[in-house]
Ligand binder design. Sequence first.
Ligand SMILES: Cc1cc2nc3c(=O)[nH]c(=O)nc-3n(C[C@H](O)[C@H](O)[C@H](O)COP(=O)(O)OP(=O)(O)OC[C@H]3O[C@@H](n4cnc5c(N)ncnc54)[C@H](O)[C@@H]3O)c2cc1C
Length: 397
Amino acid sequence: MTQGSRVVVVGAGPTGLFTALGLARKGAQVTVIDAEPRVNDSPRANVYMLSTIKALDEYGLLEDALRVAARGYEFNMRFPLTGNVARLKFELLEGLTYTYTLHFGQNVLAEILLKHFLELPGAQMRWNTRFVSLAQKADGVEVSVESEGVQDVIEADWMVGADGARSSVRKALDLEFGGFTWPETFMATNVYYDFDKHGYAASNMVAAGADWHVVAKVSDDGLWRIAYGEDANLTEEQRRARIPDRFANFLPDRAEFELERANSYRVHQRCASSMRVGRVLLAGDAAHATNPIGGMGFTSGVQDAKALVDALGRVIAGDCDDDILDYYSSERRRVFLQIANPSAIDQKRRVQETDREVRLKDEAEFMAATTNPEIAKMAMMSVFQLEGKPYQPGRKA
Ligand SMILES: Cc1cc2nc3c(=O)[nH]c(=O)nc-3n(C[C@H](O)[C@H](O)[C@H](O)COP(=O)(O)OP(=O)(O)OC[C@H]3O[C@@H](n4cnc5c(N)ncnc54)[C@H](O)[C@@H]3O)c2cc1C
């Protein structure tokens, strides 16, 4: 590693901080900037799949995660049409290192990453600092930022845009973000309610047509996520006012619940036309956006971060030509477009399906998986495909 290689990471979300931590560990001087004053704690990712747990372990973060996380040992697909529940148990993955999902807010993960990052020499976190524009030179990037009304330029050798789905970095690079936006809004609520009592697993999808919803544990103190679709034409106030009525269809015994927070999101299936332009790389939601049913979002983002740390780390160290960065871009786009994107679209279709015959067919498939360990194993292991293929010089994705 060329001592003093300077990297600016835009965005202190989980993808940006994971990337920053990895590069700083390799000796780069990493500055993370974020427009907000602190880690964003809106209710988003709270389920971490096997491949993400492996990534956390490889980065020495699993112990910290296990300290705060609830664990899930099965995934349930619930079919209100017949009352059946397909219970896919992780114990079917006998012999593997990770046989559970982890559950905790992505803001908690970001705090863990930030703590480890700030322990490293050369690591800097600048809150309230908004990316404005960039200028590329042959040997570096000038990153223009604005902090509390004051303009500044940060000189860097490399820059990473991990600034989320509305990425200003992606826009500054003039990249297309092709795909589409779903017509409905997703409501994500955190709620205290005793789903354990009703036999729910830590992760559940409820295939109930227009009343589809996802129920997932956030923590062991009784906090759960309920996510569902709402009319995008309603105001946020109207969506919130409808929560008790909507919950009446979701809560098994219609008992009292305590709403902790609620937020709505527009969701997309989109991918940037490239994840590299010169010395600027994109990662996470800045590069690709997906609906969250099935948890493909950060599950993809963390694999971007790992791949980017490896690729950029090798370029900075002088071990590789920079064509490894083109490989990073093409391989990560391939993984999103061929694996994460179709899988998330399919999961959404299944939970929202209204055709009775198709619902029964979907149900039969899921129920078969619960009694056939090989099918169940394949389904649960499929997230490892998101790791992508390792770089070999000259290989195109
Ligand atoms: C309801 C919901 C549930 C989800 N559940 C899951 C799940 O269970 N599992 C899963 O894997 N994924 C899930 N996701 C997806 C997951 O939340 C995202 O994939 C994840 O947040 C992506 O992280 P990121 O770091 O790439 O971007 P973000 O988390 O969006 O972080 C971007 C950061 O960039 C900063 N920023 C933006 N613009 C600028 C600027 N101009 N200058 C400086 N800083 C800027 C922002 O302040 C923010 O801190 C869910 C998403 C939603 C909406």
